[in-house]
Write a protein that binds this ligand. Sequence first.
Ligand code: FMN
Length: 158
Amino acid sequence: MIKAIVYKSNTGFTKKYAELLSTETSLPHYSIEESDKHLQKDDKIIFLGCIMAGSIKGLRKAKQRYNIRAAAGVGMTEPSAEYLATLRKTNRLESMPCFYLRGGFDIDKLHGLSRLILSAANSAAAKKNGGNNTELNRADYVSSENLCELMDWYRRNN
Ligand SMILES: Cc1cc2nc3c(=O)[nH]c(=O)nc-3n(C[C@H](O)[C@H](O)[C@H](O)COP(=O)(O)O)c2cc1C
């Protein structure tokens, strides 16, 4: 039996998915930082982590502690089969159910290098988009519809 949803979130979008998934599955959700207080080593979990430079944050730690039955990366990239395949490969998730969820960004919640990197990426994207300089400072794609595939998997496997 899957015991809980464990997540790693930097600016809150992955946390929102964990909350939605928690409501739909009735499983409790814990951040990776506080999960130790509630879970035993090797407990079965679903892991959600934000993506930075292709890497799903918190995944390594979660793999060491828990029995991950399914993992999802939360990022800004537009969803596609290609991106999911890349995510699986980069994060060595070929042998387990793996999902990609589109999150969001909020420039005001970022600091230091992360803020710089995202600002630069946004300016480049704004210029590419027909040359007008409208920069996007926040976006939120989180929705329960995006959890359909993960929920299908959960219903089939629990
Ligand atoms: C420094 C940095 C690197 C990122 N790299 C990626 C990436 O490689 N792929 C992607 O899809 N999104 C990337 N993102 C976007 C985040 O994954 C996205 O904003 C996500 O929703 C953040 O989740 P959180 O709010 O739970 O931290 C990056 C964001 C930052 C700030």
